[in-house]
Design a protein around this ligand. Sequence first.
Ligand code: SF4
Length: 323
Amino acid sequence: MPSLLQVENLEVKFALRMGELTAIDGVSFRLERGERLGLVGESGAGKSVTGFAVINLISRPGYISGGQILFEGIDLAGLSAEQMRDIRGNRISMIFQDPYASLNPRKTVRQTLEEPVVFHNRRIGGGEVKDRVSQVMEQVGVDPGWAGRYPHEFSGGQRQRISIARALTVAPEFIVADEPVSALDVSIQAQILNLLMKAQEDLGLTYMFITHDLSVVRHISTRVAVMYLGTLCEVASADTLFASPRHPYTQALLSAIPKLGAEKKRHVKLKGEVPTPIRLPSGCVFHGRCIHVNHRCREEVPRLRHLSSGSWTACHRVEEGRI
Ligand code: SF4
């Protein structure tokens, strides 16, 4: 049986006036049903571009310049715009970072939630549409009696609940959530994460979470993929990654999480800045900032290798057993 999602050697470029920018450079991963994959990395790592590529929403000047995205074995690039709209409407949904910007301020919650139901089920009756809207509002913990209200009449947390309700209206199997809690107060974040986990349990969903926040990833992911400058550095189960990160970039990222008392560890400081994606560094893209860099790192691109710990890591020095 094919994986729910299989991304093979994905490449995404942006054609800019000053040259071509490589946003994603040969990213491959699989997602099985029921998984919650966290995609992490600093801003500019290519997390959101990967998410948008998966749901075929990369807009010009960006374009997919190579690789394949297979959804249950179906190559999404080979689908017509209409077929893709059908898959996106019926099987794949997206939750965006800013609930206020992603909801139309001129539409009531009912209008917002009815739209995708009607669009993807042309023969559905008015009563059924109403029932579906009430059902998803209840699912996300918003009183269906408030369906006549506008987005500005809700708090940030309630608006994100409505965004989640919109993603659920079409009964998807797979949801891409792009920084779903980063615009919310810390006190609300846990409620929304718990709501997403409950929805997964109840509806058998599969998630791809895009976030820069490692505590969110730890809370919600079953597996984590770490990205740096459009490439994958490390992929591992959440437990393995947080217990024993192998790639020097992952180690630096995790060492920056504040810890208390005995848990306190040395903070691995990264040197330099993230290089421009217009001129990607030779060899390992992380070599200019890595404390373990050697000659081979500057010349040869490291490939993801499977380690006995269960993680996949793209690092020459890890492969050589020196880290
Ligand atoms: S390949 Fe070299 S530069 Fe890249 S992460 Fe490993 S040690 Fe550092």
